[in-house]
Write a protein that binds this ligand. Structure first.
Ligand code: FKS
Ligand code: ZN
Length: 343
């Protein structure tokens, strides 16, 4: 399988994540991508290519123009305003307040953020754009007939909604790739999100649509980030009613139970008769993940990779989370090699 990778991910190198009342080194760090890349090479998964440069048109198919404009200038405005540290919001349009876009950069951060752990720094926008290029280049391979492709990208994307950032995400790489496939010949696209966290952004983007099925396996939002999205009774709206399937699971969930949920997800996807599958590949379901609470072992990743391969669909894997940094490569490549073994 081909891997698409850009070293421009390193431009996303902020120093702070708001966690436990402290500013700590971010879980979503450069080493993650480098370790996955090393493992791809070591395992001989296949060719590794740099992305082509796409413009913003594909991103504008899922995000709003004002949101992209904000992301592009946020760091410059924040620094110009004389702030000493990285850009972090501290005031939100909460219940009974106006949803009106402020002029001031501090107000705009709160307007476009849904969470505060995700600092914006100097290269954040450039890295987020490179991640989209990686996802689109891999999607193009699928469009041209490849059975599988791996977008090794960061920052991740599945929490980024039409006009919201947070959860380490700015541009929704998987959603942009799925929309690209829709715009280039696929009548139906399914997105399977196996990251530990609910993909609230992807759900938001496709919630009212019947042409893109969104299925997610994740930690129960009553006890896990993003807390306000991902419950089983969120099933889509308008034309999209029945085209969102959330399968939340409790603390301590192991592979036996998780695999049953995956089987249910794959049954729904088969019934949908999709032309292509986009997998939001998070590795934070791993038992040693520092911020999650499922209990998958390294051998389980290879095992579910085979189940994904047996679905027999053109499959685009897009990297999302995973914070047990030492094992992220083994686990990611475990899924991909398991998938490949069925082809
Ligand atoms: C730690 C709390 C962390 C934020 C969790 C974000 C998870 C991000 C992710 C992605 F794939 F997007 F990277 N709260 N004190 O793994 O879903
Ligand atoms: Zn996650």
């Amino acid at each position: 399988m081909i891997t698409v990778f850009s070293d421009r991910h390193r431009l996303r190198n902020v120093k702070t994540e708001l966690s436990g009342g402290l500013l700590v080194p971010p879980h979503e760090c450069c080493e993650r991508a480098e370790i996955v890349l090393e493992r791809v090479k070591l395992a001989g998964l296949g060719e590794i290519v740099a992305p082509d440069a796409f413009g913003l048109e594909c991103s504008l198919r899922v995000h709003t123009p004002d949101y992209l404009e904000f992301l592009a200038e946020a760091w410059t405005l924040w620094a110009a305003a004389g702030n000493a540290g990285e850009a972090i919001p501290d005031c939100w349009p909460a219940r009974r307040m106006l949803q009106r876009r402020p002029q001031d950069i501090s107000g705009r951060l709160g307007f476009y953020a849904f969470a505060a752990e995700t600092s914006i720094g100097a290269g954040t926008w450039q890295a987020a754009r490179a991640a989209v290029d990686v996802a689109l280049t891999a999607a193009q391979r699928i469009e041209r007939g490849a059975p599988g492709a791996f977008a090794l990208c960061r920052p991740p994307g599945h929490h980024a909604a039409r006009d919201l950032y947070g959860g380490y995400c700015f541009l929704n790489n998987a959603a942009i790739a799925a929309q690209y496939l829709r715009d280039h010949g696929a009548a139906r696209v399914a997105i399977l999100d196996v990251d530990f966290h609910h993909g609230n952004g992807t759900q938001d983007i496709f919630y009212d649509r019947a042409d893109v099925l969104f299925v997610s396996l994740h930690g129960d939002p009553s006890e896990a980030f993003p807390y306000f999205s991902g419950f089983a009774d969120e099933t889509g709206c308008a034309h999209g009613l029945g085209y969102t399937l959330n399968l939340p699971m409790p603390r301590g969930t192991g592979f036996e139970v998780w695999r049953e949920a995956l089987a249910a997800a794959l049954r729904r996807i088969a019934e949908f008769r999709t032309d292509a599958l986009v997998v939001s590949l998070g590795l934070d379901t791993f038992e040693a993940d520092p911020i999650s609470f499922f209990r998958l072992g390294s051998e389980d990743f290879a095992s579910y990779g085979r189940l994904l391969g047996e679905a027999g669909l053109p499959t685009l894997f897009v990297l999302e989370g995973g914070y047990a940094v030492a094992e992220i490569g083994v686990n990611a490549v475990g899924v991909l090699a398991g998938f490949e073994a069925t082809r």
